[in-house]
Ligand binder design. Structure first.
Ligand SMILES: [Zn+2]
Length: 281
């Protein structure tokens, strides 16, 4: 399968996939930083404006951080290494987030049943801090709008909306996951050829009419799940009830949902900051 080039994407799109503004940047969703060593297979590349793309990069960083935090004790070393290496940039772009997230009172070690039915010890994160929530809401909304563009062939209409939510590792109950997955028959991810894929880092199940609706449940590594339902119409079923822990987001909302508006010079400065030595875990 041949993916469109960046030039083709910029030439063919009508606007930013997240708002009404003209597009000026190439947007990767999921972001490059989500992948091990920034090695991201091609695909799911979009057109975005600078405010929605660069202005929400802190949300991408936070999502990549929590996604790498596996609930398993036997998790891969490279995830911990990448989490540590990014903590300085995270603190610069999302000030206060690490302090909020690493509050030990919000975490516990519990015995939980794993996917194979065997109980094992897991670190259970149950924090719902305002910064974490805000960043993951932005990230989830971006994914919903991006998948809508991908599957429906046009940006989410401005009167449309995304209902989205994010779950950390054990926060998504197996029963809920099973119920959500059962209504989503198709599975996709990022694949180039047969061998180059990143299914262990990003995969999603979805259902769509390929015109006005996309429902998706995405898994990032084994630390973050995102549920997103994108509707291209005002309210397709009258009064659609809001799912628990979900938020309703419309095109144009993203920059205003960010806890701190990042400015270009802040991002540049953040890139120069060396990682701090202390462990984030
Ligand atoms: Zn935009």
């Amino acid at each position: 399968m041949r993916y469109p080039s960046k030039a083709e994407i910029m030439a063919s799109e009508a606007r930013c996939i997240y708002c009404a503004a003209p597009h000026t940047t190439v947007e990767h969703m999921p972001p490059i930083s989500m992948f091990r060593g920034r090695k991201r297979p091609d695909g799911l590349v979009f057109a975005g404006c600078s405010a929605c793309n660069n202005g929400t990069s802190a949300a991408d960083l936070v999502a990549g951080f929590v996604a790498r935090l596996s609930p398993r004790y036997d998790q891969d070393d490279w995830k911990i290494a990448e989490v540590r290496a990014r903590s300085g940039m995270l603190e610069a772009q999302a000030p206060g987030f690490l302090h909020e997230f690493l509050d030990q009172a919000q975490r516990s070690v519990e015995w939980r049943r794993g996917p194979n039915g065997i109980h094992r010890q897991m670190v259970v994160s149950r924090q719902r801090g305002p910064l974490l929530r805000a960043y993951l809401d932005v990230f989830a909304a971006k994914l919903g709008m991006a998948l809508y563009r991908h599957h429906c062939g046009h940006p989410l209409p401005l009167e449309g909306f995304v209902m989205c939510g994010a779950y950390l590792n054990a926060g998504l109950a197996p029963d809920t996951a099973k119920a959500l997955l059962s209504i989503m028959p198709d599975q996709s991810g990022l694949r180039q050829g047969r061998r180059n894929h990143a299914d262990d880092q990003f995969i999603y199940r979805f259902n769509t009419d390929e015109r006005t609706v996309v429902a998706a449940l995405a898994q990032f590594h084994d630390g973050l799940y995102v549920s997103a339902l994108a509707f291209g119409t005002v309210d397709p079923y009258g009064q659609l009830p809001l799912l628990p822990h979900h938020r309703r987001v419309q095109p144009g909302d993203l920059p205003g949902m960010m806890p701190f508006r990042s400015r270009p010079w802040d991002v540049q400065n953040a890139l120069l900051i060396k990682p701090v030595g202390s462990s984030p875990l």
